[in-house]
Design a protein around this ligand. Structure first.
Ligand SMILES: *Cc1c(COP(=O)(O)O)cnc(C)c1O
Length: 217
C-alpha cells in the first residue's frame, strides 16, 4: 500500500470520528526493512519514523539524517537502561517508558544532556506476562512518578494482544490517559489503525502496510 493510500485512510477515519482537524501523526515503522524501501518513503516526503532497537536505529538514521532534513525518530521497542543515553541522542520520542529505573535513568541523563525526547508510558493493557509495559492498575501511580521527575511525559502507548479485539485495549488506554490528563495516545498498527483513530490515537505506528512485509533474516 502506498503512503498516499494510508494517509487517505487516516483522513477518512479521522473525519468519520469527527476529528478532521487533529489528524494523528503517522509513524512509519522502518525496523528490519531494507534501506531502499526506507529511502523511497523519505523521497516521497515522509519524515516521521519508528524503530524498535537502538542499535539498528543507530546503524541507519545518522546516515539518512545527513541527506534528509527534519527527520523525527520515535523509539517504540523495549529499552534497556544501558542504551538510554544513545536512545536519547538518536530519538525525538521514546514510547516505551515502563519502569521506575528507566524513568530515573532518563531523568538523570536529561539533566546531564540538557534535553529530553518526548516520553510515552507503555501500558500492558492485556496484562500479558511476555509483554513490556506497566499493568493498568499501576498506571496512575507510575504517571505520578514520571511527572515527579519533571520529565516531558506526553502520553501512553499500548500494543494489544494479537488474539483480542484491539478496540477494547484502545478504549482502555484512552480512559487511563484521560483520567491522568494526558493528551498523547500512541496506538494502532497496520491492521487496526483506523479503529485506533476512532478511539483517539494521536500517534499511529504503521510498518508493513507502508513498507511491505518484514523479512527477518
Ligand atoms: C513493528 C511494530 C509496529 C508496526 O507493526 P505493523 O503491523 O507492521 O504495522 C508498531 N508498533 C510496534 C511497537 C512495533 O514493534
Amino acid at each position: 500500500m502506498s503512503l498516499t493510500e494510508i494517509t487517505a485512510r487516516m483522513t477518512k477515519a479521522a473525519e468519520k470520528a469527527g476529528r478532521s482537524m487533529d489528524e494523528p501523526t503517522l509513524i512509519a515503522v522502518s525496523k528490519v526493512q531494507p534501506n531502499e524501501r526506507v529511502e523511497a518513503v523519505l523521497k516521497a516526503g515522509h519524515r516521521v519514523f519508528g524503530e524498535n532497537k537502538v542499535q539498528e536505529a543507530a546503524g541507519k538514521w545518522p546516515d539518512f539524517r545527513e541527506r534528509y532534513d527534519g527527520i523525527q525518530l520515535h523509539l517504540i521497542g523495549p529499552l534497556q537502561t544501558n542504551k538510554v543515553r544513545q536512545a536519547m541522542q538518536l530519538a525525538q520520542a521514546i514510547h516505551t517508558v515502563d519502569r521506575p529505573k528507566l524513568a530515573t535513568t532518563v531523568a538523570r541523563l536529561a539533566q546531564d544532556m540538557g534535553t529530553c525526547p518526548d516520553l510515552f508510558i507503555q501500558v500492558n493493557t492485556g496484562e500479558e506476562p511476555q509483554k513490556a509495559g506497566v499493568l493498568p492498575p499501576d498506571a496512575d501511580g507510575f504517571v505520578r512518578e514520571v511527572r515527579a521527575l519533571d520529565l516531558p511525559l506526553k502520553g501512553l502507548m499500548c500494543i494489544p494482544p494479537v488474539d483480542e479485539e484491539p478496540s477494547l485495549h484502545f478504549a482502555l488506554l484512552a480512559k487511563i490517559a484521560a483520567r491522568n490528563g494526558l493528551a498523547g495516545l500512541s496506538m494502532g498498527m497496520s491492521g487496526d489503525f483506523e479503529s485506533a483513530i476512532a478511539l483517539g490515537a494521536t500517534h499511529i505506528r504503521v510498518g508493513s502496510a507502508i513498507f511491505g512485509e518484514r523479512v527477518y533474516k
